[in-house]
Ligand binder design. Structure first.
Ligand code: HEM
Length: 387
């Protein structure tokens, strides 16, 4: 589909075939970005240093991707940090345990855990606490402000006890400036926290509506680890849990249109001319709900992924929740560890109840469809510790 808004041409790819053309066949020509005025990161100064907003896949962008691959999201680095994630998840479980019988905003609590997982991996410090206090809240506001003003905060002066960890060490060694390091860290915080929180909140909402699925996850976890706490090493033995995460990402991809791409040169796609500087979106939300692609697409059925070859690699264009090609998500190796870990811990540690006499069929599943796919009404649940 093509839309002309004013003088701007917008192309929307809404089928697996069109997605393949955009993300594979014409990956290079369509790998630019344009970040609209309404969206933070427009400031040209920041764009010079930003990974997600880099207007082209130039040498600088490539060096940031290389840092991410080798020093932030490599299997070795992630493996060495699994104790951090497990600790942050235990803190989340303890917090929820302290709220037994009370109504909890699930998205907010999970957001704190994801933020602290990332900031501990980078800085060795928590940025937030579960009462909403801490530097993370300030940082959230600061991000909006600095972007408006066009400055880049020096995160090491912003937080005095920052320790130089892998990412900072590696970047300093490679001659990156403070501004450049700070901008990469901001990019990771912006791209990495909300996305993982949203998926987990949607998954919990679906599990409340599909108690049979909730029980199956529990049974799978219990038969694997009994009453022990869930660790990352267990995840590869929990295929049904993984299928639930995949199913959630099919129905509720946090980037329903990916992040806007831009044609860096005029090219021919499926017989159409795409002029230079056209905007291109891939509507993975529509593909995930297309009856030609998925059977009974609106039902939450994790089973469909059990005997399926669909994975997160972005090689099958029926299913690309992390995008594909050059601009595909660099944080996927982290996301696919932390999301199942938190989901499994929530399901294994607590029974969950809806407030008052609310029935699961009354749960509001409306979304706010924009750049991200947020749940319109925050999910509020009451935890009760399981013995
Ligand atoms: C379930 C969680 C996540 C999902 C579904 C997700 C999905 C995506 C998608 C769809 C894109 C855009 C791809 C494109 O435009 O073609 C993207 C880009 C990006 N993601 Fe993620 N993401 C997740 C978590 C993370 C995490 C944890 C991080 C880092 C800590 C991260 C960092 C980034 C960055 C930096 C980009 C921009 C890459 C570039 O433009 O070169 N994401 N992600």
């Amino acid at each position: 589909m093509s839309l002309r808004l004013g003088t701007q041409i917008n192309i929307i790819a809404s089928s697996p075939e069109a997605a393949r053309e955009v993300l594979k066949t014409h990956d290079r020509e369509l790998s630019g970005r344009f970040i609209a005025n309404a969206i933070p990161l427009i400031n040209p100064k920041l764009n010079n240093f930003s990974l997600a907003a880099a207007p082209e896949c130039n040498d600088y962008w490539r060096s940031l991707r290389a840092i991410c691959k080798a020093d932030v999201f490599s299997a070795k680095i992630l493996e060495s940090q699994n104790h951090i994630r497990e600790k942050k998840v235990r803190e989340l479980v303890d917090f929820l345990g302290s709220k037994e019988g009370e109504l909890v905003n699930i998205g907010e609590a999970i957001y704190v855990a994801y933020t602290n997982i990332l900031t501990n991996a980078i800085f060795s410090v928590d940025f937030m606490d579960f009462e909403g206090k801490g530097i993370g809240q300030e940082l959230r506001e600061l991000i909006v402000e600095v972007v408006k003003l066009g400055m880049i905060p020096d995160l090491s002066s912003f937080y005095p006890i920052i320790k130089a960890l892998d990412i900072q060490d590696a970047m300093i060694k490679d001659g990156f400036t403070n501004d450049q390091i700070s901008q990469l860290i901001l990019d990771l915080l912006i791209a990495g926290t909300d996305s993982s929180s949203m998926v987990t909140e949607w998954a919990m909402a679906e599990l409340m509506r599909n108690q049979d699925v909730m029980h199956k996850i529990r049974e799978e976890i219990e038969s694997e680890i009994g009453t022990n706490i869930v660790k990352e090493s267990h995840l590869s033995h929990l295929p049904y849990l993984e299928a639930c995460v995949k199913e959630t990402l099919r129905l509720y991809p946090p980037g329903p249109l990916l992040i806007l791409h831009r044609a860096i040169q005029t090219c021919q796609v499926m017989g159409y001319t795409i002029p230079k500087d056209s905007f291109i979106s891939v509507n993975i939300w529509a593909i995930g709900r297309d009856p030609m692609v998925f059977n009974d697409p609106l039902s939450f059925k994790p089973e469909r992924f059990l005997d399926s070859s669909l994975d997160f690699k972005g090689t099958n264009f029926d299913y690309t929740p992390f995008g594909a090609g050059r601009r595909g998500c660099p944080g996927q190796p982290l996301a696919t560890r932390q999301v199942p870990l938190i989901l499994a811990s929530l399901v294994h540690s607590f029974d969950w109840f809806l407030p008052g006499s609310m029935k699961s069929t009354e749960l509001d599943m409306n979304d706010h469809f924009a750049i991200t796919l947020k749940k319109k009404q925050p999910l509020q649940l009451i935890p009760k510790r399981r013995k």
